[in-house]
Design a protein around this ligand. Structure first.
Ligand code: URA
Ligand code: CA
Length: 432
């Protein structure tokens, strides 16, 4: 087989066979196929698209390019959840203990974040003592005993994706549905879960800027998940403004605790119920979404979900007294209010730009090696659709530096106040 013939075949819009796709993925991962040929191939895919069969083969070939995690020693149906990206997305921190408290096994291997704020692992490390490095045996034992453990990714998951993603990034081929779908699903499939709930975000803070694209991505991922024998469904959610009120690692841990106490932001709580209900049904702990939701509401109101978070923190060496005194996590030196310049209704809070503001404060990584400042971030007091009077605080900036004029300016530029504005719909569609 010659790569040049396969590039030509895809360029001309023909369907590639399983053997051809496997040849491309393994050849590129090993370094036998050079970047320039792979670049041409990616651009051909960008323009010609792929069939579901091609995408499934591509996904499985990428998944098998590295370690395939075996979770079979954990009892029951293991359900994973993945978001295609958001700002201030605290859902995993809440969902893991919430669904575990009703008997769903959550064996989560998570990454560190690159960009806006940290990943789930960075957020958990904001809890003093919490460690995310466990042996496989300890990890499996914890999930069997306690239904939940969240650890950092130590094994090499889907190295083909890592290499391809870096190449896509510099060849203007990131934004291709078959390439995004295979990238995300290869990592999910390699991570070993039996069932997958996808949160496909749409809006200015997300990869998919409009609903039609988001729907097509969601449908593609659901089909290939199911073709690969992983029960998969997707929720298409709004990410035009940040989810919840907290953006930043410690702030999001506090927000998660407050939400598990029943005092969290309404949109974040609702999103957790929607995604959580799907996870409970896929894990066969409830027959219907209504039943699942009732179980989760009961777990939250009775304190069972919060107790599970406490248990999870203690199991992983963390200081569980933060559950009782979450404000102890807010150690930033300065808290600065951002007053509204005019009166009116909040029309727009551009999610990704607010994410960048948090990153500039130190909450995220601009490069892979950069350190994260867990204490800094942004806490929104006003969200889209809320009234505000001039001088009233729109948000609090948590900073460890007084040099934050550029951050303030960026925030002012991306929060619009006008005469009217309505709260966006949280969920646009559900694909199962
Ligand atoms: N997230 C991924 O992991 N891969 C993509 O291609 C896009 C978003
Ligand atoms: Ca949040």
């Amino acid at each position: 087989m010659r790569m040049v013939d396969l590039i030509e075949k895809k360029r001309d819009g023909q369907e590639l066979t399983t053997a051809e796709i496997q040849f491309i993925v393994s050849g590129y991962t090993k370094g036998d196929i050079p970047d320039y040929q792979m670049s041409a191939f990616l651009m051909a895919v960008y323009y010609q698209d792929m069939t579901d069969e091609e995408i499934t083969t591509l996904t499985l070939a990428m998944a098998h390019s590295g370690e395939m995690i075996d979770l079979s020693s954990i009892k029951g149906i293991k359900v994973d959840k993945h978001s295609t990206g958001g700002v201030g997305d605290t859902t995993t921190l809440i969902l893991a203990p919430l669904v575990a408290s009703v008997g769903v096994s959550v064996a989560k291997m998570s990454g560190r974040g690159l960009g806006y704020t940290g990943g789930t692992i960075d957020k958990l490390e904001a809890i003093p003592g919490f460690h995310v490095e466990l042996s496989d045996e300890a990890f499996m034992r914890l999930v069997n005993e306690s239904h939940v453990a969240v650890i950092g990714q130590s094994k090499e998951i889907a190295p083909a994706d890592k290499k391809l993603y870096a190449l896509r990034d510099v060849t203007a081929t990131v934004n291709s549905i078959p390439l995004i779908a295979s990238s995300i699903m290869s990592k999910k499939i390699a991570a070993g879960a039996d069932a997958i709930v996808l949160d496909v975000t749409t809006g200015e803070g997300a990869f998919m800027k409009n609903l039609d694209e988001a729907r097509r991505l969601a449908e593609t991922m659901v089909r290939i998940g199911n073709l690969a024998n992983r029960q998969t469904m997707a929720v298409i959610s709004d990410m035009s403004q940040p989810l919840g009120e907290a953006i930043g690692n410690s702030l999001e841990v506090v927000e998660a605790i407050e939400t598990l106490q029943g005092k969290g932001p309404a949109d974040l709580m609702e999103m957790c119920y929607i995604l959580g209900s799907q996870m409970v049904v896929l894990a066969k702990q409830a027959a219907t979404l209504e039943e699942a939701r009732a179980m989760l509401e009961e777990a939250l109101q009775s304190g069972k979900a919060l107790a599970k978070f406490r248990e999870m923190i203690r199991n992983q060496g963390g200081d569980d007294t933060v559950i009782d005194q979450p404000e102890r996590l807010l150690t930033a030196e300065y808290q600065v209010e951002l007053p509204a310049k005019t009166s009116g209704v909040v029309q727009k809070i551009v999610a990704n730009e607010v994410g960048i503001a948090a990153m500039l404060l130190g909450a995220g990584r601009a490069t892979k090696e950069a350190d994260i400042d867990h204490a800094v971030g942004i806490k929104l007091h006003k969200k889209v659709g809320m009234s505000v009077t001039a001088g009233e605080s729109l948000l609090t900036i948590y900073a460890n530096s007084t040099n934050i004029e550029d951050v303030k300016e960026l925030l002012y530029k991306n929060i619009e106040i006008g005469s009217s504005g309505t709260e966006p719909e949280l969920v646009h569609d559900i694909i199962s």
